[in-house]
Design a protein around this ligand. Structure first.
Ligand code: NIG
Ligand code: FE
Length: 412
């Protein structure tokens, strides 16, 4: 299948294959070509350039993109889209004054979703999750990381990871799986933390590795959840199975978790609503990508990650949705881009870098995704007619997407 997209008003995020992420002032630059063409051959980007150099070859499909911008699909590096049911009652409880913490302390929150998941069959979880996956693909997401973490039992965690594996097999979207058994302590282990950590290390990890069900390890490193020492213990155990850390940290409290993650070569540290000067220092010159989740801040009314401070200090930043039933029941990356611009004062160029090349880096796929680069995956968004790409975040709450290509095929 060969597709030629012509007369593109602006083709965004053109990169050399050597670029794996962008940091600091480089985030303000979004390389582009105006009046461009783009050639997709099978599942790869085969050629692009100015219209004057547009090849005249036989193609299967020509799309005239006059007045439209074309850019790589979003790389959503942090989601929990595999879950059962929802938590709408907690949403209303929060409106009526309860905090996320108070709801969790009453047995709601993650444990509520875990109860539901363990009562639901693998087929039904697959069915519910597939609906969400289809939805985000239509919204322009072309690569996604999905976590376990609502099982919290050996069977429940394996069930979630098998669903993720099945989705990866059946859908063209690139999927990376993360094992998040350390999401919360089940009630029966409330007073026996080491017992649950033993279960993670000695029962769950070996089984997951044997079935090759995960690419990464995650831990919810937070007061009331997993301590920094417990997080380190789990990162060390997972390393033996080749699982690199991507850690939930600094969502509500800064407890020096970031330093531990950096020291254990974490690929990313995610949430970061609360960030100290020391956290910024330890992230400098590390391989660890900070990831902000503005839809979570929006939905549960907590601070936004101090993106300006971090980028101005020279750090890279990625943005993701955090799609999950409790803190972010939305997988809309278009909203993430808009919210980053509006609430975090990121420029549209910075926000688009954060959801494409840096998002790809945060899930270890920037060799194949996250930019318009020869040989990378034919994953692109064609916008509706716009005056410029600034309209994408400007039209917040609206998705100015005309069509989405994943692996060279239109998402129907
Ligand atoms: O990323 N903070 C930890 N985990 C999820 C929320 C989990 C839930 O409430 O279900 C998050 O926000
Ligand atoms: Fe999360």
């Amino acid at each position: 299948m060969i597709t030629l997209i012509t007369n593109i008003q602006e083709l965004l995020q053109i990169r050399d294959s050597a670029i794996k992420k962008v940091s600091g002032t480089a985030m303000a630059v979004l390389p582009s070509i105006k009046n461009a063409f783009l050639l997709l051959k099978d599942d790869c980007i085969a050629d692009f350039g100015i219209m004057d150099n547009c090849p005249s070859i036989k193609v299967d499909l020509t799309i005239d993109a006059t007045g439209k911008v074309v850019l790589p699909t979003w790389c959503d590096s942090h989601t929990h889209i595999v879950y059962a049911g929802n938590r709408v009652q907690e949403f209303v409880d929060r409106i009526n004054g309860l905090s996320y913490e108070e709801i969790a302390n009453r047995g709601g929150g993650i444990l509520n979703s875990a109860k539901n998941l363990n009562l639901t069959s693998e087929d039904e979880i697959y069915r519910q999750s597939e609906i969400r996956l289809n939805e985000v693909m239509k919204l322009g997401t072309g690569a996604i990381e999905i976590k376990s973490g609502y099982g919290l039992t050996v069977e429940g965690e394996l069930k979630m990871l098998r669903v993720i594996k099945k989705l990866a097999k059946n859908y063209p979207i690139k999927i990376k799986a993360t094992f998040l058994g350390a999401h919360a302590f089940p009630l029966e282990y409330k007073e026996n933390h080491s017992g649950y950590i033993d279960l993670i290390i000695n029962e769950m990890l070996p089984k997951i590795a044997k079935e090759n069900l995960a690419d990464f390890i995650d831990v919810f490193c937070e007061t009331g959840y997993f301590s920094v020492a417990e997080t380190k213990q789990i990162m060390i155990a997972a390393k033996k199975y080749g699982l690199q850390p991507k850690i939930h940290v600094n969502q509500f409290n800064a407890i020096n978790g970031i330093e531990a993650c950096v020291n254990h070569n974490a690929l990313s540290v995610d949430h970061l609503e609360i960030v100290t000067e020391q956290d910024i220092e330890v992230l400098k010159n590390s391989i660890t990508m900070p990831v902000a989740l503005p839809s979570c801040s929006y939905f549960i009314s907590i601070p936004y990650t101090p993106a300006r401070k971090m980028i101005d200090a020279g750090l890279p930043l990625a943005l993701a949705t955090d799609f999950n039933p409790g803190t972010t029941p939305s997988g809309n990356m278009n909203f993430v881009v808009a919210t980053a611009c509006i609430k975090m004062k990121m420029t549209p160029e910075e926000a688009i870098n954060a959801v494409t090349i840096n998002g790809a880096y945060a899930m270890g796929i920037s060799d194949t995704h996250g930019s318009i680069t020869l040989g990378k995956k034919a994953n692109v968004i064609i916008s509706k007619e716009v005056t410029s790409f600034y309209e994408l975040p400007y039209a917040f709450g609206n998705n100015l997407i005309d069509c989405v290509f994943i692996d060279g095929k239109i998402v129907e």
